[in-house]
Design a protein around this ligand. Structure first.
Ligand code: EPU
Length: 337
C-alpha cells in the first residue's frame, strides 16, 4: 500500500514505538515477491519486518516497508528417527515451537517463548537455554532482492555464530527469507543443563521428563525474568554477551569473584553483559519513559510513551559507562533503524 498519510509501525515492533512510513507492503505468498521485484520496489532499499522483535525504530522510515507474513507448516521428509519440517517465514516462532512440542518432535523446546517470526530466527541464530537454531537448522529458502531469484542456503552457507550469520554480514539486506526447514527428532533428547531448568523440573517431582515439561520450565523461567512485550515494550536482550580474551576474563574474575565466565575456546571467554550492566549500576534505571528492566539488566524497555531515540541514547550511555568501568565494549544485538 502506498499512502499519502503516514502509516504507523507501532503494531509492528515489540518496543511499541510510534514511527511512521508511507509505503507498506504485506507479503503472504512468495509469488508476490516477483510482482514487487518487477515493479522495481527492491531497488529502493526496502526495510523488511517480520516479528519486529529485534528492532529499534529511532525515526520515521522513508523507504518502502515490507512485512513478511508467509505462513504454512509442512513435513518435507520423514524417517523413523527424524522429521524435516518446513515453516513459512512469517509463522510465529513460539507457535511453531508449540506445534513441534505438541507432536513430541524434539529440538525446539528450549527455545520456547522467544518472540518474533521464523524467518528472522536464522538471521541472528536465536538461542536460549543451551540451544541455538543452528543445532536443528537444515536449510532455508530466500528471495534474492537483487536478482529476483529464489536461493537455498544450507547449514554451512549460513555461517552461524553466536547471534550471528551471513545475513548480518556480507549478505545483509540482500535477501527476503521465505521458508525455513528444521530437522527435529522423533525420539527427543532432553536438555536441562542450562541455568535453572533442572531446578524447576526437580521441584515438580516428575517421574519421566518430556519435552513439554522442558518447554513449560523454560516458559516459567522466561516469564519470571523477561518482560512480556504485550505489557512492557522491549526487544529481548539489547546487547550481545561480550567474548573477551581469557586473560582479561581471569583478571576480571579475580577482581570481581561473582562474575560468571563461559570459556568459548582456548583463548576466548564469554562474559554476561547483564552482569556488567548491573554492576555498573544500571539495572532498573529509568529515564523518562524508557529504562533498563528491573529483573534482567540486558533488556531495555519502553514503559509506554518512550521514543526509540531515547532507548538508543540510553544504550550508548550504558555502552560508554561499561567501557570505562570494565574496559569491555558491548555490541548491540538489536537492529537500529
Ligand atoms: N546476570 C546478572 N544480572 C542480571 C541478569 C543476569 O548479573 O540482571 C548474570 C548472572 O550471572 C547470570 C548470567 O548473567 O547467571 C546469565 O544470565 P541469563 O541466564 O539470564 O542469560 P543472559 O546471558 O543474560 C542469554 C541470552 C538470552 C537467553 C538467555 C537464556 C544473549 C544476548 N542473551 O541471556 O536471549 O534467553 O541467555 O539462555 O545471549 C535474546 O537474545 O533476546 C535473549 C533473551
Amino acid at each position: 500500500m502506498n499512502s499519502l498519510n503516514p502509516i504507523s509501525l507501532k503494531a509492528f515492533n515489540t518496543f511499541g514505538f510510534e514511527v511512521h512510513c508511507h509505503e507498506l507492503y504485506t507479503i503472504s505468498d512468495k509469488s508476490e515477491l516477483n510482482t514487487l521485484f518487477e515493479a522495481g520496489l527492491f531497488d529502493r532499499n526496502p526495510k523488511i519486518i517480520s516479528g519486529g522483535s529485534n528492532l529499534l525504530l529511532t525515526q520515521d522510515i522513508k523507504e518502502p516497508v515490507v512485512l513478511n507474513r508467509i505462513k504454512g507448516i509442512r513435513i518435507s521428509e520423514e524417517t523413523n528417527e527424524h522429521l524435516s519440517l518446513n515453516f513459512g517465514a512469517g509463522e510465529s516462532w513460539h507457535e511453531s515451537v508449540m506445534y513441534a512440542v505438541h507432536n513430541n518432535w524434539g529440538g525446539m523446546e528450549n527455545l520456547s517463548l522467544i518472540p518474533g517470526c521464523m524467518g528472522a530466527a536464522p538471521i541472528q541464530n536465536i538461542g536460549a537455554y543451551g540451544v541455538e537454531i543452528k543445532d536443528i537448522f537444515q536449510y532455508l529458502e530466500a528471495f534474492n532482492l537483487r536478482t529476483g531469484k529464489f536461493e537455498i542456503f544450507q547449514l554451512e552457507d549460513c555461517q552461524f555464530g553466536y547471534r550471528d550469520s551471513v545475513f548480518k554480514n556480507e549478505k545483509k539486506n540482500q535477501y527476503f527469507i521465505t521458508e525455513v526447514c528444521l530437522r527435529l527428532d522423533k525420539t527427543p533428547t532432553i536438555r536441562t543443563q542450562y541455568g535453572d531448568i533442572q531446578a524447576v523440573l526437580d521441584s515438580q517431582n516428575l517421574t519421566k521428563i518430556t519435552i513439554a515439561d522442558v518447554s513449560n520450565a523454560v516458559i516459567q523461567i522466561r516469564q519470571s525474568k523477561l518482560p512480556d512485550p504485550a505489557e512492557i515494550g522491549n526487544s529481548g536482550s539489547f546487547f550481545k554477551n561480550p567474548v573477551i580474551p581469557t586473560e582479561q576474563a581471569a583478571a576480571l574474575q579475580k577482581q570481581f569473584p561473582s562474575v560468571k565466565c563461559f570459556p568459548q575456546n582456548e583463548k576466548e571467554t564469554k562474559i554476561p553483559a547483564a552482569w556488567l550492566i548491573e554492576n555498573a549500576g544500571w539495572k532498573g534505571h529509568r529515564r523518562g519513559d524508557v529504562g533498563v528492566h528491573t529483573k534482567q539488566a540486558l533488556v531495555l524497555v519502553n514503559y509506554g510513551n518512550g521514543k526509540g531515540s531515547d532507548v538508543h541514547q540510553l544504550a550508548k550511555d550504558i555502552q560508554e559507562d561499561v567501557r570505562q568501568k570494565f574496559n569491555i565494549t558491548l555490541d548491540f544485538e538489536v537492529n537500529i533503524w
